[in-house]
Each structure stands twice: as structure tokens, then as C-alpha cells.
Design a protein around this ligand. Structure first.
Ligand SMILES: NC(=O)c1ccc[n+]([C@@H]2O[C@H](COP(=O)([O-])OP(=O)(O)OC[C@H]3O[C@@H](n4cnc5c(N)ncnc54)[C@H](OP(=O)(O)O)[C@@H]3O)[C@@H](O)[C@H]2O)c1
Length: 267
């Protein structure tokens, strides 16, 4: 029996990871589902329960450090321990830096609080329990955490920060039995870009990226689960993502042009 906590489980990739874990586990799985929107979490929980999982729903805003500590405490109190923490909660943003007014820059900090600090706070609180069970940590970064993407200064900064934090932590945990898997999805077919921030820090309502050819949520979730199960260091998604990081070393100007090509013309 595995006890698995997923942040950002009310929608998109996190919700799909929960459903696939509930579906695929021959042994019953214990899931802790965290995000801010209770009703959406409950809908995901109902699907997972119907597939045989035991589920605890914990409404949580990961931008609040005390809420992150309470989340882990409630999970451990309810299920008696923790095997896997999946740091998936995240928000997106799309704006050219020059278009962001000085008085609006505060949303850069909000984005960092959710994407980086939410992961740091949850991981810090969970680590003693994960060490007891030689558990697994998963961090959902982004290809924008490997290559800087135009219009994504804030988002790329948060995802590069995740990349660095979890790479350092992986090394610190060598020999403890706890693995750290960082996932780097490309463009995945969810609503993240539509309710991510625009230059004013409001819900954008549109996507700034080319959405054709987006990876399905099902495929993305399955790749993350596979990486977690095999304790892979990294799950780099898409062919472009795989070659892009090596190309960056030898032909950085080409990678910069490719990064612009991923952005819609009007940006
Ligand atoms: N979709 C992509 O193309 C893509 C690509 C690369 C990386 N990623 C990463 O994958 C992860 C999941 O993205 P997604 O596409 O599935 O996005 P999504 O469909 O918008 O889901 C995001 C999830 O994060 C939760 N969340 C947002 N702010 C939160 C907060 N302050 N506290 C707790 N939960 C919060 C949301 O729930 P509530 O609103 O209920 O809080 C929701 O469950 C993110 O880290 C994202 O950066 C996505």
C-alpha cells in the first residue's frame, strides 16, 4: 500500500495523476489530494474512490507555509506515513517583461511563492516521513525550467529555481533511499495558460503559446508516474525538449530562435 500526496490535484495534470494512480494500482492506494478549490478536489476524489483508492482531501493554498505544514501533518495523521510527495501545484504567466508596469511586478513574487516556495515548504515538512519509508519526491517543473522562453521571465524563473532546488536536494539525499524525480513537461493540453497571469497579474483568458500539437494530459501524467515508479532523475518530455537542452550547450542562438518560434506571433 502506497501513500501518495499530490498538490494541484483539483485539475489538469495533478488530477489525472491521481486518477491513473487509483486506476493502475493492483494494491489499493492511499491518496492525499491538495489544492485550493474544494469542490473540484471532491470531484477528483469521487472518481478515485470509485476506482478503489482511499482518499483524503485537504484544501490547501501552497503559497502559505503554515498551510503546507498542516497538509503534511494531516496526511500523516490520517494514513500513518507518506511514501510519495508530488509537487505539482503551479500557476502560469505570460507577458513580456517590458510590458509589466512597476506597480504590477508583485505578481512575480506570487508566482514564485506557489511554484517554488510551495514545493519547498511541502518537501521540508514531508522529508522526515519520506526518509522513514525510503520514499519518492516528484517535482513538476517545465521545459521552461531548462530553457528561457520569451514572455515567460517570471514562469521560467520559478521553474529554473525548482530545477536547481531539486537537483541539489537529490544529491543531498544520495544514500538515504529517497529519490527525487524532476519532470519537465512541454506544452500540455490543460487550462493552465488561460487562468495564468497576464502583464497586469490578472487571469490571461488566452494562451500565449501555440497549442496545436500539445501533449495530452493522459500522456503527461503517465510519463510522470513512470518516472516516479522507476525513480528516474529526470523526465524530459517531447523530442524538442530532449534535444533542446543539449543544443543549448553548442548552439545557444539557435535555441533562442526556436524558443521564439514556440510563442504566438502577436506576443
Ligand atoms: N500544462 C502545461 O503545458 C505544463 C507544462 C509544463 C509544466 N506544467 C506544470 O505542471 C503543473 C500542473 O499544471 P497543469 O497544466 O495541470 O495546470 P492546471 O490545470 O491549471 O492545474 C494547476 C493545479 O494547481 C493548483 N494550484 C494553483 N495554485 C495553487 C495554490 N496556490 N495552492 C494550491 N494549489 C494550487 C490548481 O488548483 P486550485 O486552483 O484548486 O488551487 C490546480 O489543481 C504546474 O506546476 C505547471 O507549471 C504544465
Amino acid at each position: 500500500m502506497q501513500t501518495i500526496l499530490i498538490t494541484g490535484a483539483s485539475d489538469g495534470i495533478g488530477a489525472e495523476i491521481a486518477r491513473q494512480l487509483a486506476h493502475s494500482n493492483k494494491q489499493q492506494v492511499q491518496l492525499i489530494l491538495a489544492a485550493r478549490q474544494l469542490e473540484r478536489l471532491q470531484a477528483v476524489a469521487t472518481s478515485c474512490k470509485s476506482l478503489g483508492a482511499q482518499v483524503l482531501v485537504v484544501p490547501t493554498d501552497v503559497s502559505d507555509p503554515e498551510a503546507c505544514r498542516q497538509l503534511i501533518a494531516q496526511a500523516v495523521a490520517h494514513f500513518g506515513g507518506l511514501d510519495v510527495l508530488i509537487n505539482n501545484a503551479g500557476i502560469s504567466a505570460h507577458a513580456l517583461f517590458s510590458e509589466v508596469a512597476a506597480q504590477d511586478l508583485a505578481w512575480y513574487e506570487n508566482l514564485m511563492r506557489v511554484n517554488l516556495w510551495g514545493s519547498v515548504w511541502c518537501t521540508h515538512a514531508a522529508l522526515p516521513y519520506l526518509q522513514q519509508r525510503q520514499g519518492r519526491i516528484v517535482a513538476v517543473s517545465s521545459l521552461a525550467g531548462l530553457v528561457g522562453v520569451p514572455g515567460r521571465t517570471a514562469y521560467s524563473a520559478t521553474k529554473f529555481a525548482m530545477t536547481g532546488f531539486f537537483e541539489a536536494l537529490r544529491t543531498e539525499l544520495l544514500g538515504t533511499g529517497v529519490s527525487v524525480t524532476t519532470a519537465y513537461p512541454g506544452v500540455v493540453d490543460t487550462q493552465i495558460r488561460y487562468h495564468g497571469y497576464n502583464a497586469k497579474g490578472q487571469a490571461a483568458g488566452v494562451s500565449g503559446l501555440k497549442e496545436d500539437g500539445a501533449m495530452s494530459v493522459k500522456t503527461c501524467a503517465a510519463l510522470i508516474i513512470e518516472g516516479m515508479t522507476l525513480r528516474e532523475r529526470e523526465v524530459v518530455m517531447t523530442f524538442k525538449g530532449k534535444i533542446g537542452r543539449f543544443l543549448k550547450l553548442i548552439a545557444p542562438s539557435l535555441v533562442e530562435r526556436l524558443a521564439w518560434a514556440a510563442v504566438k506571433k502577436e506576443t
